[in-house]
Design a protein around this ligand. Sequence first.
Ligand code: ADP
Ligand code: MG
Length: 352
Amino acid sequence: NISANLPRIRQLDEAAVNRIAAGEVVERPASAVKELLENALDAGARRIEVAVAHGGKSLIRVTDDGHGIRAGDLPLALARHATSKIDGSDLLNIASFGFRGEALPSLGAVGRLTITSRAPGEAAARIAVSGGRMGPVTPAALTRGTVVELHDLFFATPARLKFLRSDRAEGQAIADVIRRLAMAEPFVAFTLRDVSDGGEGRVIFRADAETGDLFDAMRGRLARVLGADFAENALRIDARREGVSLLGYAALPTYSRGAAVAQYLFVNGRPVRDKLLIGALRAAYADFLSRDRHPAAALFVECDPTFVDVNVHPAKAEVRFREPGLVRGLIVSALRHALAEAGHRASSTVAG
Ligand code: ADP
Ligand code: MG
């Protein structure tokens, strides 16, 4: 009798669904840090402190001074597909980093998560979730903002735990995520500490809030993150075409590298690894560099949210432009122009 052996269709319980979703959203500790930093930035934080232990495997703690979460909303912050950032009516018009409402429930499904938060004019409160099991909202002490603590990431998914690399390698991936976001947010202060040995911990990275106009701030932050050497060898890029802007700094060809290690590309403040943008960067330098050299640059594409679809990939590393040719053309012409001018200046200095 075949029908007796026919598999039954079952509805998975919420904890299982969240663990599956977590597989896409949180690949490693660095992806958890990225989600938590983006939440802090979306909350308007001016100062963000990250503490990690053992490459983020045993602890990730992100403290921000953003607008906080109302005590009554804490359970919703942990519910799947619950977000304060969009209402779902216009997925092509997204101005925040987050919008899926998946990060916190995912982290709570695969680790032990505690959120302590205080919204203006309210008392501070806390909620905890561990392996998908949510506790009650309880009173807490906090002057402002939000503290998210994630212990024992992937304890609930041992298979994923096995794929993690050494504490050192995971720690470096975390530092890389923070550096990239710090480049895009020069007016926000960032600190990363390693608290593996307890106490105050060891500062791994610190960037104070930059001041001045956007280009001053950007240059100061790039010097902080990429080194004074980059900032001293970089040309200011400031171009726009049909509502798309290209801002940032591109290094002189003499500062190029043997590998494509110093290419930092952002779309509306999001770090991206996008083939179109990388290809445009390469094409712009083609006449100025030999084929085995790679340009160094930190470039920020800014455009109306409706001009770019950030909904392509759960980790949001890829984007899709409505008019890719326009973006490519803007990058190639702006960089070529800046490089040609710099070359002209250099040769006239030599001649003079
Ligand atoms: P998303 O960012 O896609 O909205 P998350 O699961 O990351 O989804 O967060 C859920 C909600 O919790 C957010 O929409 C926001 O309202 C709130 N939230 C999360 N982190 C913070 C924070 N650091 N400060 C203020 N609110 C936060
Ligand atoms: Mg989020």
